[in-house]
Design a protein around this ligand. Structure first.
Ligand SMILES: O=c1ccn([C@@H]2O[C@H](COP(=O)(O)OP(=O)(O)O[C@H]3O[C@H](CO)[C@@H](O)[C@H](O)[C@H]3O)[C@@H](O)[C@H]2O)c(=O)[nH]1
Ligand SMILES: [Mn+2]
Length: 776
């Protein structure tokens, strides 16, 4: 009876979330924006063309973006998953195999201990271990990373049983043993002696592991006495070496409670061959795992994104196996959350509110974007299969007959010349190994085959990077790849279990943040200008119209910098030229922008409070939006312009990862302070601040002069600038306050003199321009 119940109960629930009040506010803001536009049009002549028209154009853009937001957030949906029911319904032996991918690219920016922690969290997932295989791609070809993984696999033999025995939740040891988590072990009294003893032993072992890795990092050559395994790394250059594939641990007996396979991969790199950054690395991993274990599902994470919920694979399986139509869950995306972030999100990069509202809104349309990490893919979807693939397979068969080509030839033209890989792909496409127990794999025996598929020329004249695998051509390969999947007609689902699925680290420095944002805005714009633009995908493919609008919303992220920057400069222009862009306080129309300002801020603030965040964190995010707009997004647009002109290619600049676990605010007082470097990316923001400070001073002086000559009494009805412009100008200065402080702070917290000089030059030009413009 109980069994029958379990079978009838769903593995997942899709729950639309109520949001009537939010919708009301969104519509109110929309109507206010429209009224503002109408008012501007009607009073255009009265107010003189220049500023009024300029404001009208910017505000039209803001209204357009707002409509895109309303569309994106209109139907929020939540998913609930029931892993217990899954385990009751199917035998553990029948759970499908999953290949786990971890990517790292630079042992200096991504310290091996971070990668090791992520790998350990993968190896200790609550899932039959003989169904898991973990592949680490190292684009840095670093012997230290390889060494660290060997050591980690030894440690894992203790760590994995420990985690499973005591049902530890956080299975990344650095966080488990950190100050944040300590009480969990020390307060446990009942399990007392055994647990405590094991805990202490584990902690010691972990410290030994850290020490070994740290030593290796310091001496950079851990390999002397291990020559055998390390010869592959001898005398190689980072960007110029053959492929290195090493089976670090093979679960030979296929035992369900042993350790999953662990494989190290560094693909071939040659200076003349484009390697397509992470997308290229993911495609190599896909092929290598194809010839080795060929699991029907693949989970991929960045090297810093450890699994925080040990049952995450089971949760994902509820979504992958528990749908009536496979089409509805082409891939399962978990949101990106971060650990150890400074208080109140000073850099505005925790993405909590964004994922909570935009993310869940998308779920109600065609599903979340692919976010590059914390995502479960179906291998066959990555291989380019359409949702109604039975038809496609038939078509392919007919096609074969017509052309007299063998299906193998067809597959080879699509997947490349490796016979082993093509065979594995054929299995996947025909669905023969789906959900079935994996046959005994012989990893070490397939090393030769892997060398072939890790070649840098393997992909030439194949569909890799276009119709198969991760798609090339954008530094946000994740969004682009997800878009391709959506445009084939697949939907995606969101997996948000408690505890949070994965945790990673967000950059915690000014330059780090803006560089990441710049890469994102560049990559997203690349998509807009590529053959895979969402508009084409809707016209020619199966991308749903509303989903297309959301893709456009994020694709134009960078472009938004231009109207935003113009609008931010407008109050300064008005103050300097004594003109206005906002109705004067005596006009009733002032209420429109006034209300927009108040309602919009309350609306965004309520989102933060609703997510349990502080008002401070709301403000920090608002501020960072403005700062990013004047730095990262703007430079994103510039790099696209350079790319379109054929002057330079876009590159993937890896984010520096710090293992920040100290929650101690006292020792970390400077944690949230904005830092700068010499990069020109900070020039526009600095110039904007200088311009506004000048404008405020100039208008004050003018006010005092006028007052002393007492012309001011009738002055109010003059078209000159007034309170509105002053308030706006003040608001801009407030938003850029880290830059204001940066003008006089020292060291990393100060803006370098060279940047200030260049910004001052720009500001002077602007002031000059205002002078010229206001001359009659
Ligand atoms: O040539 C490269 C460059 C990067 N990476 C890996 O890509 C991942 C993401 O790089 P990171 O510097 O951490 O970028 P983030 O901005 O934090 O990453 C987000 O944005 C990327 C797209 O810009 C996505 O690929 C990521 O999954 C997503 O987490 C890391 O594991 C890197 O090791 C490579 O494997 N090869
Ligand atoms: Mn990252």
């Amino acid at each position: 009876m109980a069994m029958a119940m379990a079978i009838s109960l769903p593995l997942q629930e899709r729950i639309p979330r109520k949001n009537t009040l939010k919708r009301a506010f969104e519509l109110i803001i929309f109507f206010l924006l429209v009224s503002l536009l109408i008012y501007r049009l009607k009073s255009l002549e009265h107010h003189g063309l220049s500023t009024w028209l300029f404001a009208f154009i910017c505000e039209s853009w803001f209204t357009f973006v707002w409509v895109l937001y309303i569309n994106a957030k209109w139907n929020p949906v939540e998913y609930k998953t029931y892993p217990d029911r899954l385990l009751e319904r199917i035998d553990k032996e029948e759970l499908p195999p999953v290949d786990l991918f971890v990517t790292t690219a630079d042992a200096a920016l991504e310290p091996p201990i971070i990668t090791v922690n992520t790998v350990l969290s993968m190896l200790s997932l609550d899932y039959p271990t003989h169904k898991l295989a973990c592949y680490v791609s190292d684009d840095g070809a670093s012997p230290v990373t390889f060494y660290a993984l060997i050591e980690a696999s030894k440690f894992a033999k203790l760590w994995v049983p420990f985690c499973k025995k005591y049902k530890i939740q956080v299975r990344a040891p650095f966080l488990y043993f950190s100050a944040v988590n300590k009480p969990a072990a020390e307060t446990s009294t009942d399990l007392s002696s055994n647990f405590r003893q094991d805990w202490i032993n584990m902690k010691n072992e972990y410290e030994v592991l850290c020490e070994r890795i740290e030593n290796a990092v310091q001496n950079s050559v851990p390999c002397e006495d291990l020559a055998g395994d390390f010869t592959a790394f001898a005398k190689i250059e980072r960007g110029n070496h053959p492929s290195i594939v090493k089976v670090i641990w093979e679960n030979k007996e296929d035992i369900p409670d042993g350790l999953p396979h662990l494989v190290y991969v560094s693909r071939e790199k040659r200076p003349k061959h484009p390697h397509h950054f992470k997308a290229g690395a993911m495609n190599v991993l896909t092929r290598i795992s194809g010839v080795m274990t060929n699991a029907p599902f693949m989970l991929n994470v960045d090297c810093d994104m450890f699994a925080n919920n040990p049952q995450i694979v089971l949760h994902a399986m509820c979504l992958l196996l528990g749908t009536k139509k496979e089409k509805e869950s082409g891939f399962v995306q978990c949101p990106q959350y971060f650990y150890g972030s400074p208080k109140d999100d000073p850099f505005g990069n925790q993405l909590i509110v964004l994922q909570e509202y935009l993310g869940r809104g998308l779920v109600g349309i065609q599903g979340p974007f692919y976010g590059g990490t914390g995502c479960f893919h179906r291998r066959k979807v990555i291989y380019g299969l359409l949702p109604d693939h039975d038809k496609e397979i038939n078509k392919a068969n007919n096609f074969n007959l017509l052309n007299g080509k063998s299906s193998e030839e067809i597959l080879q033209s699509r997947f490349g010349y490796s016979k082993n890989f093509v065979k594995s792909a054929a299995h996947i496409l025909s669905g023969t190994n789906e959900n079935s127990a994996r046959g005994r794999s012989d990893l070490s025996g397939s090393i030769d085959a892997t060398a072939q598929v890790a070649d840098c020329s393997y992909e030439s004249n194949t569909d890799w990077g276009t119709n198969v695998g991760w798609v090339y051509g954008s530094t946000t390969e994740d969004v682009l790849t997800g878009l391709r999947i959506h445009s084939k007609g697949w939907a995606s689902v969101y997996c948000t279990p408690d505890p949070l699925s994965f945790l990673g680290c967000a950059p915690t420095s000014g330059p780090g943040c803006v560089t990441q944002m710049k890469r994102w805005s560049t990559g997203l714009l690349e998509i807009l200008f590529s053959n895979y633009s969402p508009i084409f995908c809707t016209i020619n493919g199966h991308l749903r119209f509303r989903q297309c609008l959301v893709y456009i919303l994020i694709n134009v992220w960078g472009l938004r910098s231009i109207p935003e920057l113009c609008y931010a400069a407008l109050p300064a222009y008005c103050l300097l030229t004594n003109t206005s862009f906002i109705p004067s306080v005596t006009e009733p129309a002032i209420l429109i922008p006034g209300f927009i300002f108040v309602v919009y801020n309350l609306y965004t603030l309520s989102e933060y409070l609703h997510c349990g965040l502080s008002a401070r964190s709301w403000w920090n995010n608002q501020r960072m939006l403005r700062i990013n707009s004047a730095s990262a997004w703007l430079f994103g647009v510039l790099s696209i312009v350079l790319k379109l002109l054929g002057l330079s290619e876009t590159v993937f600049e890896v984010t520096k990862k710090d293992q920040n676990t100290s929650k101690d605010e006292d020792t970390n007082e400077d944690a949230g302070k904005f830092t700068f470097d010499e990069s020109p990316i900070f020039i526009p923001g600095t110039a904007l601040v200088l311009v506004h400070l000048t404008a405020i001073v100039v208008s004050m002086v003018r006010y005092l002069l006028l007052k002393s000559t007492s012309v001011l009494v009738q002055g109010q009805s003059e078209p000159g600038s007034g309170l509105g412009e002053i308030v706006c100008s003040g608001w801009v200065v407030l938003s850029f306050f880290p830059f204001v402080k940066g003008l006089y702070r020292k060291g990393n917290y100060g803006i370098p003199t060279s940047v200030i000089c260049k910004a001052a030059g720009l500001a002077a030009m602007f002031v000059q321009f205002c002078k010229w413009a206001s001359r009659d």
